[in-house]
Design a protein around this ligand. Structure first.
Ligand code: AVJ
Length: 321
């Protein structure tokens, strides 16, 4: 097991607190979507993926399953499969039989959690070398020498790219492209992208009838309470999740049900008027052509795409060259 490749990039606790407070004090208050994922938040997200309204996870899985051999042909044999935000590694593991990578490199903030997931996989796939990396890949993509520079195939499923604005996404894709040294045609990126579709379907996916997404959003307040020693009460807030067609994005907000005063450490305080919101997440949606264009702007060469029959979700493979 490897320690964080770049300890200097591990954001210190006071830096996290500083960033959070800056967002809470902004005219239009906001928090980073990463605060949605404490232990309970991660379990609530897993529950979201089981909801009838939340189509992305199962639609992507169906695309991977149906087009496995074509996708494997695009990725090529003997790849170094670098999994960005691997979590429990299950999405990549389902592709192992088709892709047969030489090495699997899961990356996530929590290397401990990765290690546990990978231990089980090592038994199942003894021929694949597995190298866990604990790092914040959104800040830095410098990989250690234990990851060969040739045949790097990055894997970024789940439409996680949607959490970046299009400009941030472009910069992130450029960083991935630069981590393919030499830009050989055997390096590439396999990525899942959620597509623009009927607004009612998008709205339902982020405001489900059981209220699981609401619980997921409201749970962020518990997480912030722990991080900042704050006194948010979830019952003071209401979940809002809707598609903003002008910006091509889902927005999640927490909206004050009444006038609310929130306190946190070192005398921090903010008054929210009834109806005022905290923006907790954006999830950008793309057209097929729009995303391919972004990949080309980021310096990628040939792009192959696969979609489900309803054209709700897209899997792309982009070659370095
Ligand atoms: C994990 C970022 C892909 O944007 O669909 C699900 C997160 N938020 N429901 C998404 C999420 C609300 C999800 N991503």
């Amino acid at each position: 097991m490897q320690q964080p490749a770049h300890p200097e990039n591990c954001v210190a606790e006071d830096e996290i607190q500083h960033q959070l407070v800056a967002g809470l004090l902004a005219t239009h208050a906001y928090t980073s979507p990463k605060y949605l994922y404490d232990v309970l938040g991660s379990r609530l997200f897993a529950a979201i993926c089981e909801l009838p309204e939340y189509y992305p996870t199962r639609t992507e899985a169906a695309i991977f399953k149906k087009h496995a051999s074509q996708i494997a042909a695009a990725v090529g044999r003997d790849a170094i499969l670098i999994d960005l935000g691997a979590g429990n590694c299950s999405k990549a593991a389902r592709l192992f039989p088709a892709l047969q990578p030489r090495q699997y490199v899961p990356i996530d903030i929590s290397v401990q959690f990765l290690q546990e997931s990978v231990n089980a996989l090592r038994q199942q796939f003894p021929q694949i070398e597995m190298t866990c990396l604990g790092m914040d890949f959104s800040a830095e993509l410098e990989l250690p020498s234990s990851v060969a520079e040739q045949r790097r195939q990055f894997f970024y499923p789940g439409s996680s790219i949607g959490n970046f604005s299009p400009l941030e996404a472009l910069m992130f894709l450029r960083r991935i492209r630069k981590a393919m040294h030499g830009g050989d045609s055997h390096s590439g990126l396999l990525i899942g992208v959620d597509l623009i579709k009927d607004h009612a379907i998008l709205n339902a996916a982020y405001d489900d009838s059981l209220g699981v997404t609401a619980a997921f959003n409201l749970n962020l307040l518990h997480h912030v309470n722990r991080l900042l020693d704050a006194d948010f009460r979830p019952s003071d807030w209401r979940h809002r999740g809707f598609y903003n067609a002008d910006q091509h994005r889902i927005e999640m907000h927490l909206e004050a049900r009444d006038d609310v005063i929130v306190h946190w450490q070192n005398g921090g305080i903010r008054r929210f008027a009834r109806g005022e919101r905290i923006h907790t997440e954006s999830s950008y949606k793309y057209t097929e052509q729009g995303f391919i264009e972004l990949l080309h702007q980021a310096g990628f060469g040939q792009v192959q795409t696969w979609r489900d029959p309803r054209k709700w979700f897209m899997v792309c493979h982009a070659q370095a060259a």
